[in-house]
Design a protein around this ligand. Structure first.
Ligand SMILES: [Zn+2]
Ligand SMILES: [Zn+2]
Length: 324
């Protein structure tokens, strides 16, 4: 299977949409066979519980600082938008544009700092989703149930998500690059996540020490860690998960696609434009997800800016929305 075939898998629905395949709402879909019998995936469950518990520390006033809050907001754009939306999704999965390798790898590193899987595993699962959207064996259709579509699928073992055959089939193009292969080995990508968390704590500790001594150092290190890393990571996680859950249940459609994808403004707002999900399923390759004038897509503006300064090439534009 060639690289273009792999990109084709990721972009499979575009063809169906342009052929005018009508929307066929499926009332219920069972979990994928490769995830049954259902088994809790402790390797993911435990870190996610720990992460959410650490984020809840934000409710204790001692952990609050304005600088921590600002870091959380900036991190939502830097790690969430550049890493996941633009990097993992529009670039690595769909190749909606091209950019220099150093920049692609930077986006990938920013992406893995959201604890949403290695680039290869994330891309493989998302390509599976596009190939089988809302049908068996879509990894995370909310037609199983809303909770499954949001997070249930992450918490249960799915044999397809870790099999060499799946990686061979869905992300061979990515794994040809030794950079992505290395991230898979010995959980390197998870170590990088914790390393970046340690950097936040160290930086907070240093700034706090310079301004107020040891007590201030401990407080600011804790604040930057809780707000700048844990709160932001949890927020970005739920933003991405909402695309899979709410984005296939609630909202309107611009296109008749074979799946139940929807355009949802709330999801678009918290995920930098990914909530225009019906548009995306209709034209998966397009780097532009907001297809009507009021569908604001911040990630698209960033990609346009990259194109203007010569950092993005071969940017795939969206075709106009057909009149209903
Ligand atoms: Zn989808
Ligand atoms: Zn996609």
């Amino acid at each position: 299977m060639s690289t273009s075939d792999l990109i084709e898998i990721a972009n499979a629905d575009a063809e169906l949409a342009s052929q005018g395949v009508s929307s066929s709402k499926v009332p219920h879909v069972p979990p994928p066979k490769s995830a049954t019998p259902l088994r809790v995936y402790w390797l993911y469950v435990i870190p996610l519980i720990v992460l959410h518990a650490l984020a809840l520390l934000a409710f204790l006033p001692w952990f609050f600082s304005w600088s921590g809050l600002i870091l959380a907001i900036l991190g939502h754009f830097t790690f969430g938008m550049l890493g996941i939306t633009i990097g993992y999704h529009r670039l690595l999965t769909h190749r909606g544009f091209n950019c220099p390798k150093w920049l692609e790898h930077t986006f990938a590193i920013l992406g893995l700092c959201n604890l949403q899987d290695s680039p290869a595993r994330w891309v493989a699962i998302h390509r599976m989703h596009h190939q089988h959207s809302d049908q068996q064996p879509d990894p995370h259709t909310p037609l199983v149930n809303l909770l499954w579509g949001h997070v249930g699928w992450v918490l249960h073992r799915n044999r397809d998500h870790d099999s060499v055959t799946s990686f061979e089939r869905y992300v061979r193009d990515l794994l040809k690059d030794p950079f992505y292969l290395k991230l898979e080995k010995r959980g390197l990508w998870v170590k990088i996540f914790w390393l970046h968390a340690a950097c936040f704590a160290l930086a907070g500790g240093l700034v706090g020490f310079l301004y107020g001594g040891l007590a201030a150092s401990i407080q600011l290190a804790s604040s930057w860690l809780v707000w700048g890393v844990f709160v932001r990571t949890v927020f970005v996680l739920h933003g991405t998960w909402s695309v899979n859950s709410l984005g296939h249940m609630f909202g309107y459609k611009n296109y008749k696609t074979r799946d139940d994808s929807r355009n949802n403004w709330l999801v678009a707002l918290i995920s930098h434009g990914e909530g225009w999900h019906n548009n995306h399923h209709a034209q998966p390759r397009a780097a532009h997800h907001g297809h009507r004038w009021f569908e604001f897509d911040m990630s698209w503006w960033v990609i346009l800016l990259m194109e203007k300064v010569g950092l993005a090439t071969d940017v795939v534009r969206a075709k106009p929305v057909p009149r209903q």
